[in-house]
Design a binder for this molecule. Structure first.
Ligand SMILES: Nc1nc2c(ncn2[C@@H]2O[C@H](COP(=O)(O)OP(=O)(O)O)[C@@H](O)[C@H]2O)c(=O)[nH]1
Ligand SMILES: Nc1ncnc2c1ncn2[C@@H]1O[C@H](COP(=O)(O)OP(=O)(O)O)[C@@H](O)[C@H]1O
Length: 210
């Protein structure tokens, strides 16, 4: 069946659990392609260039933007982040779904992009702000100053929740993962309903006539 890849946007305030959920979703379905962003922020311990992010300089980042190689880009917490366009277009052509971990600005730009794919957007909320702060601390990778900055920004990120198709409160991680899988399964069926299924039904009916 002919199909176009879905563009799946995952956003949340920092620390709500996006990266954890994205990893789980890809373990569940290895055919999902994670859009590896370029960023000018320094790597955290354990992060790998080309797996978690493409770590780059502001100069190189701006050159990519000028060359129209970014599907979307934004400044978040004083650093530049962007989704390279080429791999997304290739995945769409191959009928593979792409998962984006981007902020609300990236979400808006992907929805507005001319790629013409079926976009599904999901916003992840923490059960409470004290729990969000606890998760940021438990990750143990950011200084107090960085954590305070992310907590301050969390309200403005959360204020965009209503722009998303789905909103999940990430309280119990297993339960949130189950819901994410259900969303993906349902949205794939909707995509197929709008796409190649028409040809399948036509063939089915023709068989009956033969
Ligand atoms: N617009 C946009 N935002 C991104 C991109 N990559 C990551 N982000 C967002 O930037 C923010 C900071 O990401 P990161 O530095 O990994 O910190 P974390 O969210 O605390 O793990 C998060 O809201 C990400 O969703 C991107 O390519 N484009
Ligand atoms: N449902 C959950 N319950 C408890 N801890 C969680 C849950 N989801 C994620 N975490 C933990 O919270 C921290 C932040 O999660 P992470 O996925 O890095 O968030 P984000 O990518 O949104 O910044 C990590 O230490 C992660 O293991």
């Amino acid at each position: 069946m002919e199909r176009t890849g879905l563009l799946i946007i995952l956003s949340s305030p920092s620390g709500a659990g996006k990266s954890t959920l994205a990893r789980r979703l890809m373990d569940w379905d290895p055919s999902l392609r994670f859009s590896i962003s370029a960023t000018t922020r320094p790597p955290r311990p354990g992060e790998e260039d080309g797996r978690d992010y493409y770590f780059t300089t502001p100069e190189k980042f701006r050159a990519l933007v000028a060359d129209d190689q970014m599907l979307e880009h934004a400044e978040v917490f004083g650093n530049l982040y962007g989704s390279p366009r080429g791999p997304v277009e290739a995945a769409m052509r191959d009928g593979r779904d792409t998962l984006f971990d981007v902020d609300w600005q990236g979400g808006q730009q992907i929805r507005a992009s001319a790629l013409g794919g079926h976009v599904v957007s999901i916003f992840v909320l923490p059960p409470s702000l004290p729990e969000l702060e606890r998760r940021l601390r438990s990750r143990g990778q950011d200084s107090d100053e960085v954590i305070a900055g992310r907590m301050m920004k969390s309200r403005s990120e959360i204020s965009h929740w209503a722009e998303y198709d789905y909103v999940l409160v990430n309280d119990d991680l297993d339960e949130t993962e189950t819901r994410l899988r259900a969303i993906l399964t349902g949205e794939r069926l909707r995509r197929d309903r709008q796409g190649g299924l028409g040809a399948f039904v036509k063939d089915l009916m023709a068989e009956g006539e033969a």
